[in-house]
Design a protein around this ligand. Structure first.
Ligand code: SF4
Ligand code: SF4
Length: 173
């Protein structure tokens, strides 16, 4: 399946509206030790590699070669993810900061907001595994991303593929 790309201006708008952090976010993440950054599967939305490559001023093919891997589904559908490995290629290990913070993948930006797909219904929820979920202020803040993310023209099938490989193939612990 080839997904219709989400237009670049929609990614830009999302980042302008939702910063993905509160005054406590970085402090909590640092204390947690960046658990979600280890062996993380950072999935890009359709059209997101074009958006991110544009922000970096490099070609999409160069962006792919430097930062991405491709997960190929049983039916040949391809899903782009940040290079698999111990740590994300955008994580600066000296500062613990994300080097693409202003234009990071939206799934990174909204986490601990995550989703499940059951009977083709997409349900958003806060991932209780993440330390940010323990702080009410953070929970409430990340829940504000639900209507914003739901408004993006993400192909419903894309959610199905991502929910499928996410729960089947990777052990985050
Ligand atoms: S698991 Fe949660 S608290 Fe820990 S680094 Fe990731 S987002 Fe931050
Ligand atoms: S892109 Fe940034 S937020 Fe996402 S996994 Fe990499 S370092 Fe973390």
């Amino acid at each position: 399946m080839i997904f219709k790309k989400i237009p670049v201006h929609m990614f830009e708008k999302f980042h302008n509206i939702f910063s993905g952090s509160t005054k406590n976010t970085f402090k909590i993440c640092r204390k947690c030790g960046g658990a979600c950054e280890h062996k993380k599967v950072g999935t890009l939305l359709p059209g997101e590699k074009e958006y991110m490559a544009g922000k970096m001023g490099i070609s999409v093919s160069e962006f792919e070669a430097r930062y991405l891997d491709i997960l190929e589904m049983d039916d040949g559908t391809q899903i782009y993810v940040l290079k698999l490995g111990e740590l994300c290629p955008f994580l600066n290990t000296e500062t613990d900061r994300c080097e693409c913070a202003e234009f990071k993948p939206l799934l990174c930006k909204i986490y601990p907001l995550a989703f499940t797909v059951k009977a083709q219904k997409i349900k958003f929820m806060i991932d209780n595994w993440c330390q940010l979920s323990k702080k009410k202020e953070c929970r409430n803040y990340f829940e504000t991303a639900i209507p914003l993310f739901s408004a993006l023209p993400v192909p419903p099938e894309w959610f199905g593929y991502v929910a499928g490989y996410d729960s089947l193939c990777f052990d985050y612990d």
